[in-house]
Design a protein around this ligand. Structure first.
Ligand code: GLC
Length: 565
């Protein structure tokens, strides 16, 4: 059995994007008390862990991923007392809070960065500052130290005239990368973790944590790329993580790292318990199956062969080497997956339930992103003015600079924007979807009139009820939590993803084999299926259509068959 299975196998996590979940004070922005007021809803779904996106003081240039103070609460979201109340109330319901630690960079409004700007050597050494040419000026700073590009577009370097130096920012210009080679920085980060541990927090998500260690010596990216090869899974990342985990007192906590453009080998090291790093990793390769040429901003229909291969590689590869995957389709940085990989116009329910069936029955820890359990879709925005995200706004311009018309650029942003996932949680059919009594910071999607929690709770045929069923299965069937996984061969060129789980010595009455079959297309598929002994464990069309050794999969159908005898 995978060594992580006993600790994590039957847990399900839920992600809250705090700005958009529930507002309690009418300012149009979600907050901590809002979350507390919705804990019964989350307990009813059956989740164990609640990842809440950053609520620390921040100028909100990147909605809280630009932290000014890691030990306090932004008044926008509430107070420390609100946080403590939330943690207490969550605990009563058997739910742990997972805090989001943004340790690769700070906001440029952080005290450390301000003191660096004031020329204090100690704090200059906290960041990646590089001298500019002696004759550099504000109007003519010369070439930046490297040709690296920021993940949000433009150069990854910013010139500071009063210091005559550049600083590195892999993200927004207000998010300055920390220098993890500096032991003082590592001390600070461990001490922040100890602060939250003392408050009883026992679960952490680490933002882009595989970018913390940069290759020494600044070099241009010879491929003309963004420079990622010089800082992704960098030279000391494992060493720094081990140190952070030990000194922060979080070994044994539930931890997950966001691993940008990572590799299987690195994720095995990040998550195999023998290494004492993290307990789970988010990797993103499966979410690139619709990137033309690997470019997020170039659309193509999803390549199902690529998706299947990625799932197989990561599921079987992590299993073989005792790593552990976080399982997900969706988060606050991704468009809604049912809009993206299904067809929400013609098969909204099937598309919204196919995707979780495919991943929740895999080996790992499933993460549900708010609203996914209701079948929320990309919003029906029609103008760039409705978007709020810095990346979307930058790329609307960059795409036009690359030669797209404004309409074409808008279409791409509409399909790829992070705001697709950030519209207010759809609680009910009222004008602001029950999210706020004020004006929401970002528009509500038009379909909240029929896709909403009030309409779905209590409806046994809702997307919400289907998620409840998937979560209950993970807790009730040991094979889901602990079983081995193996993908079937022979489906290349078809829209089908198929795998089986097996469990030796399954307890009496529970399944020892489960076969999962998913049809990622709007057309019926027929397979020969020697499955006569099996029963439907779960399926988004109810019972499987099995007849005379043939299985028919309907549009976007996912079904799991089980053997119990
Ligand atoms: C992660 C976060 C994203 C943020 C970025 C920089 O990818 O999920 O929202 O913009 O890191 O912190």
């Amino acid at each position: 059995m995978n060594p992580r299975a006993s600790e994590l196998g039957n847990k399900v996590a839920y992600q809250i994007y705090i700005r958009s979940f529930q507002d309690s004070d009418g300012d149009g922005i979600g907050d901590l008390r809002g979350i507390t007021s919705r804990l019964d809803y989350l307990a009813g779904l059956g989740v164990d862990l609640l990842w809440i996106t950053p609520f620390f003081p921040s100028p909100q240039a990147d909605n809280g991923y630009d932290v000014t103070d890691y030990r306090a609460i932004d008044p926008l979201f509430g107070t420390m007392a609100d946080f403590e109340e939330l943690a207490r109330e969550a605990k009563v319901r058997g739910i742990s809070l997972m805090l989001d630690m943004v340790f690769n960079h700070t906001s440029t409004t952080h005290e450390w960065f301000k003191r660096a700007l004031a020329g204090e050597d100690r704090y200059l050494a906290y960041y990646k500052f590089v001298d500019a040419a002696p004759d550099a000026t504000e109007d003519n700073p010369g070439e930046p130290p490297t040709n690296w590009q920021s993940k949000f577009g433009g150069s990854a370097w910013e010139y500071v005239p009063q210091l005559n130096k550049w600083y590195l920012h892999l993200f927004d210009v207000t998010q300055a990368d920390l220098d993890w080679d500096n032991p003082d920085v590592r001390d600070e980060m461990a001490s922040i973790l100890r602060f939250w541990r003392k408050k009883g927090v026992d679960s952490f998500r680490f933002d882009v944590v595989n970018l913390i260690s940069k290759v020494e010596g600044w070099q241009d990216d010879p491929t003309g790329g963004d420079g990622r090869q010089f800082y992704t899974d960098g030279p000391h990342v494992h060493e720094y993580l081990q140190e952070l985990v030990e000194r922060g007192g979080i070994d044994g906590c539930v931890t997950v790292g966001e691993m940008s453009s990572t590799t299987l080998e690195n994720c095995v090291r990040y998550t195999n318990p023998a290494h004492h790093e993290l307990s789970q990793a988010f990797s993103f390769h499966h979410l690139k199956a619709d990137y033309a040429g690997g470019d997020k901003w170039a659309l193509q229909p999803m390549d199902i062969d690529q998706l299947r291969t990625v799932f197989r590689t990561w599921q079987e590869g992590m299993q073989e080497q005792d790593g552990w995957n976080a399982l997900f389709w969706s988060n606050h940085d991704q468009p809604r997956p049912n809009s993206r990989f299904g067809n929400t116009d013609t098969h909204w329910y099937a598309s919204s339930t196919l995707l979780p069936t495919c991943t929740h029955l895999m080996q790992g820890t499933p993460y549900i992103y708010q609203g996914e359990e209701l079948g929320m879709t990309n919003p029906d925005f029609t103008s760039i003015d409705q978007y709020r995200d810095v990346e979307s706004i930058n790329y609307f311009q960059i795409l036009q600079d690359r030669g797209l018309t404004a309409d074409e650029a808008f279409h791409v942003v509409h399909e790829r924007s992070r705001d697709d996932a950030r519209t207010p949680m759809q609680w009910d059919g009222s004008a602001t979807a029950g999210f706020t009594t004020g004006t929401p910071w970002i528009g509500v999607s038009g379909n909240h009139t029929w896709i909403n929690a009030a309409a779905e709770l209590g409806d046994q045929k809702s997307v919400y009820a289907y998620y409840q069923q998937l979560i209950a299965l993970r807790k009730g069937e040991p094979i889901i939590a602990e079983g081995e996984i193996r993908f079937f061969d022979g489906y290349e060129g078809t829209p089908i993803i198929a795998y089986e789980r097996t469990l030796e010595n399954a307890p009496e009455g529970s399944a020892w084999r489960v076969v999962v079959l998913c049809n990622f297309s709007g057309d019926e598929q027929q397979l020969s299926a020697p499955f006569d002994q099996a029963q439907t464990l779960v399926g988004n069309y109810g019972d499987a259509l099995l007849e005379a050794g043939k299985l028919t999969l309907r549009p976007y159908e996912a079904v799991a068959l089980a053997w119990n005898d």
